[in-house]
Design a protein around this ligand. Structure first.
Ligand SMILES: [Zn+2]
Length: 429
């Protein structure tokens, strides 16, 4: 069933006909007025039990005036046609459901799992917060208990492979927690990401340690005691922010491997809030940049033999890194090479987006669903223009890159504990 509602923009009085397919899931709404670019957001709540629909929209008000100016489709995970101005054709438009050939999310298990995750996201956030609270206060006993006394499917599955009784010290608790959070996050990982993380865990990191064990030890020895901890505990807050935005990114997930075939001038989304995603992107950018020294060290070890042997010669590691200037320059140092260590990490950052601070330098074009990031520096103004949909993809790619880096951090925390500090590993051996 297709429903149509007419809304009036609260700011410029533009009339919008919003049309949507009533399906099984709530429809997140985040659109921009085509005339004044004001943000219109909310949720269409579909209660299948009581067969009721309630439209909770902020920024525009429902009206009986049928004389609409623009029509826009709303969809949870489908791509939509961008705004159309009213003409003879818009009154007899085909349902996007029919256009897609009646494919429902139920036919796609991955999308089904993702929608389930989004519906339950508060529970996932709570679990992640709690497990990291226990870890940061070093409550190994409570983490073991959490893993043992459970009727949670994910933990039952994990316990089949790794006995939770082996969670004995802080290192065990940390690795168990990571396995658990990886499993929780699996529905929001694009296809192939879980496997790549597994490769980092089992192949790429082992390859470096096996081949260059002395150099790796030398590098790990040089790091502060809290080096890894500091970074690992920055992760959960970003992950939670990402989970809060996942409903906006559903159309990106649904089209992840079809991005090359999308006509971005015609097709768009009705779920993305540029403000939310710009904040998320900036946070991800900082987190990725903060982690760069580990990656530069690994790159130097693999390519030049020791962590302080840069492409241009041997230097004091920290001095050379600082000498590179901006965080983005450091990022470019290791992404300019083709080592497979950085697959999925290279090329995901855009310096202009990161530097576009606040509303003044982000221009949103609601009608065409385009966003322009403007970065003013003393050397001039740089702008970067992209569609909402492509910016959404950049946010997913950045999330993916951070997951990979996160895996490196865990693995080298483990190597440092075992190789340098002589800690015994019990869990997941
Ligand atoms: Zn308006």
């Amino acid at each position: 069933m297709v429903r149509n509602s007419i809304y009036k923009c609260n700011y410029c009085n533009c009339l919008l006909r919003l049309r949507y397919q009533v399906g099984y899931f709530n429809i997140p709404v985040s659109i921009y007025c085509p005339k004044c670019n004001c943000h219109i957001s909310g949720t269409i709540v579909i209660d299948n039990k009581n067969t009721t629909i309630s439209e909770n929209i902020i920024g525009a008000t429902e009206t009986n005036n049928k004389d609409y100016n623009y029509v826009l489709e709303l969809a949870t995970e489908f791509l939509i046609d961008k705004y159309k101005q009213r003409d003879e054709t818009t009154d007899v438009q085909m349902s996007m459901f029919v256009r897609r050939g009646f494919t429902t999310p139920s036919k796609n298990q991955r999308m089904q799992n993702l929608l389930y995750f989004v519906n339950q996201s508060d529970i996932y956030i709570n679990k992640i917060e709690n497990i990291y609270n226990l870890l940061s206060t070093n409550r190994v006993d409570l983490i073991r208990k959490y893993f043992l006394n459970t009727n949670e499917n994910i933990l039952v599955e994990l316990n089949k492979h790794n006995n939770a009784n082996n969670i004995i010290n802080e290192l065990d608790a940390m690795l168990a927690t990571k396995h658990y959070v990886n499993s929780l996050l699996q529905p929001i990982m694009p296809e192939g990401v879980f496997n790549n993380m597994y490769q980092i865990m089992n192949e790429k990191t082992r390859r470096i340690v096996k081949k260059h064990v002395l150099s790796v030890k030398d590098y790990l020895n040089n790091l502060d005691n809290d080096y890894f901890k500091t970074y690992l505990f920055k992760m959960p807050s970003y992950i939670i922010d990402y989970i809060k935005c996942v409903d906006q990114l559903l159309p990106v997930y649904d089209n992840f491997d079809k991005f090359g075939n999308i006509d971005f001038t015609k097709q768009g989304v009705s779920t993305i809030s540029i403000d939310d995603l710009a904040v998320l992107y900036k946070k991800g950018f900082e987190l990725l940049c903060d982690s760069i020294d580990l990656l530069v060290g690994l790159y130097n070890i693999e390519t030049n033999g020791t962590y302080n042997h840069f492409d241009t010669g041997i230097y004091d590691f920290n001095e050379r890194l600082n000498g590179m200037g901006s965080k983005y320059n450091k990022y470019e140092y290791f992404t300019n090479n083709n080592s497979d260590l950085f697959d999925g990490i290279r090329g995901v950052l855009n310096n202009i987006i990161r530097n576009a601070e606040g509303h003044n330098s982000i221009f949103t074009d609601g009608l065409n669903q385009e966003v322009t990031f403007i970065n003013k520096t003393k050397n001039g103004t740089k702008t970067y223009k992209t569609s909402f949909l492509e910016f959404g993809k950049m946010c997913v790619d950045l999330f993916t890159a951070i997951l990979y880096i996160w895996e490196y951090y865990y693995q080298f925390t483990k190597f440092k504990s075992v190789l340098i500090d002589g800690v015994k590993l019990h869990y997941g051996k």
